[in-house]
Ligand binder design. Structure first.
Ligand SMILES: [Zn+2]
Length: 247
């Protein structure tokens, strides 16, 4: 797929974050992952090692290590002789991600109901209250991408409370990829609707209704998938790399 190489050739290195020079590989990878999930770095963006090195005031070796971490999470793609790019999941990838999420998160629901303690329910109920208060804030104070990330965090928190760390890690990766997919395929998902579905789902878990809770989760994921425009592959977008990371 052709890619558009637009990035921050002329940006000033003075714009680097406060902790310049001290950023670890993990913290750089986390920062870039957050920028991708929050849609500041859209699919197809060329992640120039030199520009990233200037943003974080670190060596290209460190940048390369951070990019390698992100490529393992399928958030970026490293193309030999070309560089690193934010992944552009295909329609097939998108459908596969949601199909796998339904399988894995069904198991998350079963494990959660079997293992969850009162504190886990309280944490998730608190998360739903936070979702609602954030969703009720004006659009100008909360960006759509932050609200969407918050909704994804519910699924990650649920998986973490289920007690299987390997499963939770897979769900975390798939939720992050789902954000990329939602961005690329213009999700028309209503965040209020998703938050209401989280609340209804949690009530079923509390009542110990395993089958109904599993169905509720699968229906929820199917509805999110159906809100995507998966009719055609999307093309590259462009943006300013350095400004996006410093936003
Ligand atoms: Zn959800």
């Amino acid at each position: 797929m052709p890619r558009t190489k637009k990035s921050a050739e002329d940006e000033d290195t003075a714009a680097a974050p406060a902790a310049a020079g001290t950023a670890s590989i993990d913290s750089i990878a986390r920062d870039i992952a957050t920028a991708i999930v929050e849609k500041r770095l859209p699919p197809g963006t060329w992640l120039r090692e030199e520009a990233l090195g200037r943003v974080y005031s670190v060596s290209r070796t460190k940048v390369r290590a951070a990019l390698l971490t992100l490529s393992k999470d399928k958030l970026i793609e490293i193309i030999p002789d070309k560089g690193a790019f934010v992944c552009q999941p295909s329609v097939k990838d998108a459908r596969e991600v949601f199909a796998v999420r339904r399988v894995l998160e069904s198991e998350v629901v079963r494990l959660f109901i079997a293992n969850a303690k009162a504190a886990d329910y309280q944490t998730l109920e608190q998360h739903i209250r936070f979702e609602r208060s954030t969703l009720n804030q004006s659009v100008t104070t909360t960006s759509g991408s932050v609200r969407e990330r918050l909704l994804g965090d519910f699924h990650v928190a649920l998986a973490q409370a289920a007690g299987n760390d390997t499963l939770a890690e897979l769900v975390r990766e798939l939720v992050a990829r789902s954000s990329l997919i939602a961005m690329l395929y213009h999700s028309s998902n209503d965040p209020h609707c998703s938050s209401d579905e989280h609340a209804d789902f949690l009530k079923l878990c509390r009542a110990g209704q395993v089958d109904a809770a599993v169905s509720s989760m699968c229906d929820h994921l199917s509805r999110i998938e159906q809100s995507l425009e998966l009719g055609s592959e999307k093309v590259d977008r462009q943006l300013d790399l350095v400004k996006a990371l410093l936003a």
